[in-house]
Design a protein around this ligand. Sequence first.
Ligand code: SIN
Length: 544
Amino acid sequence: MHLGRLKEGYVLKVNRYLVDFDSEKMEAEFHDVLIIGSGIAGVYTALEIDDKHDIAILTKESINMSNSVLAQGGIAVSLDKGDSPEYHFKDTIYAGAGLCDEDTVWVLVNEAASNIECLCTYGVNFDKSGEGELALTREGAHSKNRIIHAGDTTGKEVCDKLISEVKNRSNVTIKERTFALDLLKEGNTCKGVLAYDEDTSKFKLYLSNLVVCATGGYGQIYENTTNPEVATGDGVCLAYRAGAELMDLEFIQFHPTVLCHPENRSFLISEAVRGEGAQLKNIHGERFMSQYHELGELAPRDVVSRAIFAEMKKTSSDHVFLDITFKGREYLENRFPNIFKTCLGYGIDISKDYIPIAPTEHYCMGGIKTDVYGRTNIEGLFACGEAACNGIHGANRLASNSLLEGLVFGNKIATEINTYLSYKGGKQQEFSFNYNSERTLREMDSTEAINSVKRIMTHDVGIIRNREGLSQAAGKIAVISKEINDMKNDSIKDFELQNVVLLSGLIIDSAIKREESRGAHYRSDYPNTEESWKRHIVKKVESF
Ligand code: SIN
């Protein structure tokens, strides 16, 4: 058992594996490559690996359930005549508040266009302008129009086409309802994963020297989030327990404009709506963004979210409004069909009514630390997409850089894997290990514990933080971590609880350590950005 000591002296209990197992008594399957997760990063990586290699995609729900599918706005790529990768680079760096890794950002912006071309060859149908070119819109902190889109359901269009392509690949096996619990290793070399098959309720080994972790983020640690229920940070935790380094966990992005309706507090109102001119107004109908930033409604996301939060406090309200009523109904129905229809379902006609919105958890900048090729500090383990942290987002992600990240670095990982397999060959043949934690296990209700974690994180680890709140949160999470340490984990909900508690503890600890305000991490007790803090906080399990 590892006792992670949180900064405040509290202890986070972590076991190397979530369950005891004996490999000799278990069924095993062998593949050249395992990809965990079926969002854009996982599926695109699978498509970019040579089709002579045998790949398994493990996904804990059905293949089309991911955060990528919900992405509305689009994908950033500098295609306009007046635009260039240099401008895209500058905007990404500016939004990232001094913490982006510049070399990696250059790769992102320089390789954006070739990967978008590749998406188009898979049949992805982006909106076109009158001249038949890809239509470009703007989002927050972009100095040019460079967001390509498919209506307001860009993620769905991209994922549908990629999934349909991957289903036709005979070298790819898709394992749905298969939860990857833990990484198997020999020394520091990856050997595969221990997984749970929900249909048979059995544990199974998937063996491979190459594992790509593309499991997405961990938005489900907050009460309100735009993320689907599957976003519980399982891949990040699996990597951490196996000894992978995690980075930048304290930076959690709150999207400024999420519907705030008694029946729905998670539906995103895309930043592209502000890109098309929508204005933010407080409950008295007054515009306010010019008091907070020269870019007004199109300031970086962290700035807009804090400004809205401040207006909500000033006016003692749980929301402000987004006003796009000056655009005609026909235009809005065509440009934002999903937003139009969904809001109408709640009695809000966006061509006539202001939309009540509030900032809500949306994206995790931190994750498994990787280099520009998606490699982690564990040999054979790669990470991609929101699960990864390669430094492109810094302290605050620029809008519409996330789907792009999955493509560009999915392609980079595939190239690495193709090279590896051409030299070293595929399937390894054996793995033998018996793990017995010698704990006396007891039944526990995971739902109540998960809800407690969400309450703690929302209350004390949200948009505005301070030492007192973070310290209290650390203490409460340490208590839960102790309670669940000897819990009998025998369902996906139980595994998720373990991961949610572990991640929350690590996020809080990073947030306590960073004694400054930068990007999405705002400390009311340290409101300034400090040059001495222009560095990353990296977390690694000490020992087992
Ligand atoms: C949005 O459409 O506002 C979300 C896009 C993103 O998160 O980059």
